[in-house]
Design a protein around this ligand. Structure first.
Ligand SMILES: Cc1cc2nc3c(=O)[nH]c(=O)nc-3n(C[C@H](O)[C@H](O)[C@H](O)COP(=O)(O)OP(=O)(O)OC[C@H]3O[C@@H](n4cnc5c(N)ncnc54)[C@H](O)[C@@H]3O)c2cc1C
Length: 521
C-alpha cells in the first residue's frame, strides 16, 4: 500500500464507479465491498485511516448484550452473525474473549444467566462457546482481584475482541489488494454535480496542497460524526442526520486485572454498561455515553467522565485504580443516527442501527452502526449505490473474503507485537534480520519493535509520527508516557524512511508530544 503508486493510479484513472469519502471502519468497509464487486473505487480520507472514531472503540466484536436487554433482537442477531464472519475472515486481528458478569445480589445470577443463554441461542452455529453460571470460588479463580465483599458468583459468556486501528489498516490493504485506490491525507472540500446530479468531488492532497477533482457514478459519504458537513455541501438545507455521543476509556497496568477474563458490569450507577478488559498487555476500562453538540476528530475526556469510570471500576476491583494510575485516556465519538426531534438527550437509549440516506442529488450517506457490523453496513450501502448509479448488479463477496494478513486457524502463534501483522509478520521478521537494529524494542514498556516504524512507512501508508505511535502501533493509547519517550527514535527512523530531514523529525516530535499530553490525565 504505497502512497506514491496510489497517487499514480489516481492520475491515470479518468472516472471511478464509486468514490468513498471517509477512511474509518464504514468507508473502508465500503471500499472493500465495492472493489471486490469489480467497481473502480477511490477512497479519500482527510486525516489518517481510523483517526476518527474507528481507533477509539472498546475493541469488542459483539452482539451487544445491552441491546438484548433493550429488546433490539434484530440488531443483536445481525451483530452476532457479523461477529462470526469477522472472526473467520480476520482471525489474526479478532479473537474470543471470556467475559464475566459478577453477581452481588441473589437474583443477578439467574437473571443474567437466562439472558446470556438467549444470547448463545441467537448466535446459532456462529456461537463462540456456551455461557455458564460460575460459583463464587470459580469467579474468584477467574478474576483473582475482583471485589470479593458480598460476591455471590458470576456468569461467563464469550464475545470477540480486536485491534480496531489495525483492522482498519488491514481493510485498507485488502481494498488496495483488490485494486481500489485508497488515500489518506486527502480532504474532500466540495461535491460536483451535472444537471443537479452528483458526479464527483473536489479534494486537496494535504501533503502537497494540490487541488484535484475526481468523477464517479456514485459518491458515498462515510464520514461518521462529520457526515452532516458533507450533506450540507450537497444541500445547504439538509437536516442533521448524526448525533455524536462521546465515550471515554482509561488504560491501566495489567496488574489491576489478573487472569484472562474481562469483567462486564451490566448496570453502572447511572444505568450504563462498563467493561474492564485485558488488551495488548494492559487493561482498558470504559466507557461513557455523553451527547455532544459538535463533532471533534480529537475529542478530550471530561473530568466527570474520568471520575465516573474510576468510581465504578473501584466497585468491582479489589484494588481501586486511582487517577495517578492512569497510563492513557482516550475519547471517541459515536456517529449515532439522530432520532427525529430528539436532538441531544439520552444517547445510551439511541439505537446502534445503521441507515443509508440518499439525497435528491444522489449523494449516498451511511450513518450509525458499529465496528462489528461494518461489513453488513458496506453491503447495504453498495447495494444502494448499484441501483442509484446503474452499476452492474454484481453480488457482494465479503461474507467469506479473507482480510489482508489472514492466516489459517491452525497456523502457529506469532510473537507478541508481530501477531497483528498476520501473514505479513514473516516479512517484518525478514526486515529485522536484514537490519538487526530494527529488532530493538520501540520502548521497554511497549510490545513493539522499531521495525514497526519502517514497515508502517513502507507498507501501511504511515505519513506522520502520530500515525506510527497511535495507529500502526497502539503505543499512545497503551501508555502515553512511554509513547512520548519513544517519539525521538521513532521520528528519526520515520524521517529516514520518508526522505525527510532532521527539522521535520524534530517538528514531528513536538507535535506528537503536544497531542500525547492530552492523553495523560
Ligand atoms: C467510545 C466508543 C466505543 C465503541 N466501542 C465499540 C465496540 O466495542 N464495538 C463496536 O462494534 N463498535 C464500537 N463503537 C462504534 C464504532 O467505533 C463506530 O461505529 C465506528 O468506528 C464508526 O466508523 P465510521 O467510519 O463511521 O467513522 P470514523 O471512524 O469517524 O470515520 C470517518 C472518517 O471520515 C473522515 N472525514 C471527515 N471529513 C472528511 C472529508 N471532508 N474528506 C475526507 N474524509 C473525511 C474522518 O477523518 C474520519 O476518519 C464504539 C464507539 C465509541 C465512540
Amino acid at each position: 500500500m504505497n502512497r506514491q503508486n496510489l497517487l499514480q493510479q489516481l492520475e491515470e484513472t479518468k472516472r471511478w464507479d464509486i468514490i468513498v469519502i471517509g477512511g474509518g471502519a464504514t468507508g473502508l468497509g465500503v471500499a472493500v465491498d465495492s472493489a471486490t464487486r469489480g467497481f473502480r473505487t477511490l477512497l479519500l480520507e482527510a486525516d489518517d485511516f481510523s483517526k476518527g472514531t474507528s481507533s477509539r472503540s472498546t475493541k469488542l466484536v459483539h452482539g451487544g448484550v445491552r441491546y438484548l436487554e433493550q429488546g433490539d433482537i434484530p440488531l443483536v442477531l445481525e451483530a452476532l452473525r457479523e461477529r462470526g464472519l469477522m472472526h473467520n475472515n480476520a482471525p489474526h486481528l479478532v479473537h474470543h474473549l471470556s467475559f464475566i458478569v459478577p453477581s452481588y445480589q441473589w437474583w443477578e445470577g439467574p437473571f443474567f444467566g437466562i439472558g446470556l443463554k438467549v444470547y448463545d441461542a441467537l448466535a446459532g452455529k456462529l456461537n463462540l462457546a456456551p455461557s455458564r453460571l460460575l460459583s463464587r470460588e470459580e469467579t474468584i479463580a477467574r478474576i483473582p482481584n475482583i471485589e470479593q465483599e458480598n460476591l455471590l458468583g458470576g456468569v461467563e459468556y464469550f464475545d470477540g475482541q480486536f485491534d480496531d486501528a489495525r483492522l482498519a489498516l488491514a481493510l485498507a490493504q485488502t481494498a488496495v489488494d483488490q485494486e481500489a485506490c485508497v488515500l489518506n491525507y486527502c480532504r474532500v472540500t466540495s461535491l460536483t454535480k451535472a444537471n443537479g446530479l452528483m458526479n464527483g468531488v473536489g479534494f486537496v492532497d494535504l501533503e502537497t496542497g494540490t487541488a484535484h477533482t475526481a468523477e464517479a457514478a456514485v459518491v458515498i459519504n462515510a464520514t461518521g460524526i462529520f457526515s452532516d458537513a458533507i450533506r450540507l455541501m450537497d444541500d445547504p438545507s439538509a437536516a442533521r442526520a448524526v448525533q455524536p455521543s462521546q465515550g471515554v476509556h482509561l488504560v491501566f497496568d495489567r496488574s489491576f486485572l489478573a487472569g484472562d477474563s474481562a469483567i462486564m458490569v451490566p448496570h453502572t450507577d447511572d444505568g450504563r454498561v462498563l467493561f474492564v478488559i485485558p488488551w495488548h498487555g494492559k487493561v482498558l476500562v470504559g466507557t461513557t455515553d455523553t451527547a455532544m453538540e459538535n463533532p471533534d476528530i480529537e475529542p478530550r475526556a471530561m473530568k466527570d467522565e474520568i471520575g465516573f469510570i474510576l468510581r465504578n471500576a473501584a466497585r468491582y476491583l479489589s484494588r481501586a485504580p486511582k487517577e495517578s494510575d492512569i497510563l492513557s485516556v482516550f475519547a471517541g465519538q459515536r456517529p449515532l443516527v439522530r432520532p427525529p426531534g430528539k436532538g441531544g438527550a439520552a444517547t445510551k437509549a439511541i439505537s446502534r442501527n445503521h441507515e443509508v440516506l440518499v439525497s435528491d442529488s444522489g449523494l449516498v450517506t451511511i450513518v450509525g452502526g458499529k465496528w462489528t457490523t461494518y461489513r453488513k453496513m458496506a453491503e447495504d450501502t453498495v447495494n444502494h449505490a448499484i441501483t442509484l448509479g446503474g452499476l452492474d448488479d454484481n453480488p457482494c463477496m465479503t461474507a467469506t473474503l479473507q482480510i489482508h494478513g489472514w492466516r489459517g486457524p491452525n497456523a502457529p502463534a506469532l510473537p507478541e507485537g508481530l501477531d497483528v501483522y498476520g501473514s505479513d509478520a514473516q516479512l517484518v521478521e525478514e526486515l529485522m534480520k536484514s537490519e538487526p537494529a530494527l529488532a530493538k524494542p520501540l520502548h521497554p514498556r511497549l510490545p513493539y519493535q522499531l521495525a514497526a516504524v519502517v514497515w508502517g512507512a513502507s507498507h501501511e501508508q504511515a505519513r506522520t509520527l502520530e500515525d506510527i505511535l497511535s495507529r500502526r502501533t497502539r503505543a499512545l493509547i497503551l501508555d502515553a508516557r512511554a509513547a512520548i519517550e519513544a517519539a525521538p527514535a521513532a521520528a528519526a527512523l520515520l524521517a529516514r524512511e520518508l526522505g525527510r530531514d532532521e527539522a521535520w523529525a524534530k517538528n514531528q516530535v513536538q507535535e506528537f508530544t503536544k497531542l500525547a499530553e492530552g492523553y495523560l490525565n
